[in-house]
Design a binder for this molecule. Structure first.
Ligand code: SAM
Length: 232
């Protein structure tokens, strides 16, 4: 991942759907200077120093969509600093509005491809990583666009702290098998919770996301996987 070429296209999802509403624009402009995390040229040496208050640990959510899960976690864990990474500008604006309404200080947003952020994070710096309902890219010729790849998982192993958690969910059964195969191929991770489980068995410290809810209404069955980074 650190070998990402600066001019190559990495993002395939949409950056924006509808134009932002005037009040969303106002709030975005208001909170932006405090929440935007611009990626530096070089490595980020101490990510927790990028928050105005002090926090015990850093948690990261990749592809937060509308940001509802990230906000719920930030409220439930006021001692944790969160980075949310999402290139979809309407999602970023929605999260900015929630940060404003809830007066949250412990979230920073990177509005870009998560792989650019991850490559800049120091090793052993993240306590918990969420990748919830990543785009499944069901067509075989698009599988290379999936965020879960051997190389990205190796990078996740690098940035996570030993004992750190990696939470992944998908409601695409082919992607679930793909994820499990790749995770099993990385000896640094151990599956501690997961499989095709009933809704009532879903992890309780991980609120339902918007995409998850939509899928359940449409009859899709989510798979929830929790891995831990082995302590050597
Ligand atoms: C299917 S949506 C799920 C959103 C949210 N996690 C949920 O469950 O409601 C996947 C999200 O991942 C984001 N995404 C896609 N590629 C990404 C990347 N390379 N880095 C960060 N986010 C990405 C998309 O913009 C989209 O918002």
């Amino acid at each position: 991942m650190s070998s990402l070429h600066p001019h190559k296209r990495y993002l395939w999802g949409r950056r924006q759907s509808r134009p932002l509403k005037p009040n969303q624009k106002d709030i975005l402009n208001k909170v932006w200077p405090n929440v935007l995390l611009e990626l530096p040229e070089g490595l980020i040496t101490d990510p927790l120093k990028m928050f105005s208050l002090s926090y015990t640990e850093l948690w990261l959510e990749i592809g937060f969509g509308g940001g509802e899960h990230l906000v719920a976690q930030a409220i439930a864990h006021a001692d944790i600093g969160f980075i949310g990474c999402e290139p979809y500008i309407n999602g970023v604006a929605s999260l900015a509005c929630q940060i404003h309404d809830q007066q949250l200080h412990n979230i920073r947003i990177v509005k870009d491809d998560a792989r650019l952020l991850v490559a800049k994070l120091p090793s052993n710096s993240v306590g918990r990583l969420f990748v919830l309902f990543p785009d499944p890219w069901p067509k075989k010729r698009h599988h290379k666009r999936r965020i879960i790849q051997e190389a990205s998982v190796a990078e996740f192993a690098r940035i996570l702290k030993p004992g750190g958690q990696f939470n992944i969910a998908t409601d695409d059964q082919d992607y679930a098998s793909w994820i499990q195969n790749i995770m099993e191929g990385n000896s640094k991770f151990e599956l501690i919770l997961g499989n095709r489980i009933r809704m009532t068995d879903r992890p309780t410290d991980w609120p339902v996301t918007r995409y998850e809810q939509k899928g359940i209404v449409q009859g899709r069955v989510p798979v929830y996987l929790t891995y831990t980074l082995k302590s050597l």
